[in-house]
Design a protein around this ligand. Sequence first.
Ligand SMILES: C[S@@+](CC[C@H](N)C(=O)[O-])C[C@H]1O[C@@H](n2cnc3c(N)ncnc32)[C@H](O)[C@@H]1O
Length: 229
Amino acid sequence: MDNRDALYNKRVLILENKINKDCFVQDIGNFEVIHSIYKFYKDKNLIDVCAAPGGKSILLQSLGFNVLAIDKSQNQINKFEENLNRLNIKINIQKIDFLKKNFSDKFNSILLDAPCSALGTFRRNPDVTLKIDQSQIKKHQKTQMRMLEKSLKLLNNDGILVYIVCSFHPFETIDVIDKIIQNNKNIKLHTIDSNKMIKRKNGYFVNPLSFKDYGGSDIFFVSVLEKLK
Ligand SMILES: C[S@@+](CC[C@H](N)C(=O)[O-])C[C@H]1O[C@@H](n2cnc3c(N)ncnc32)[C@H](O)[C@@H]1O
């Protein structure tokens, strides 16, 4: 495992000194998730299928990936482009509805940071618990299932698909992956090496208590899937 604590200290120092225009302030949990999974990808050409406003694409690009970023929302893409312009970084962004597009190519490396309830951000957005109800979570689950199934179809054998949501609700996390591995017998789930996450069936939750010294974190769920032959 790389020394992420040193990286976190460095980043907190940057923020304490000044927030300058070159910074992209992100939740520390986001950083932990990406640093825990990027080594599973065998091919650095990666498609991020729900990419905007770009937090994870930008981190992955900074780790040496060549990212094709797609998103269906022009609003979100505008924010992504603002972030790229401010940081002076180039990423290929395309406005595409992932569920509607017929792709001619297959991929070895896919990131699916799926639309979700965002319950895991309740520390920063307390009203999310008032806005979201169980029926909306079920709708999210359906979309997440469709996106996962499509991602698996687009993945080459031996390819890696990382599924992330900023939620702790079982419908969007453990249960989604349960259904996927029931429907697809050729999936291997990988073990993640992180002392800042809690291992549960089918994946890992970022533990906000790991980041007490940094003011806590959002809660993310992450699962690393490999498509076997
Ligand atoms: C959780 S956010 C992604 C956050 C982003 N990965 C980041 O780290 O900054 C989910 C994104 O999925 C996009 N989205 C939802 N449905 C989509 C679809 N069918 N095709 C492509 N993008 C979609 C939304 O517009 C939203 O920007």
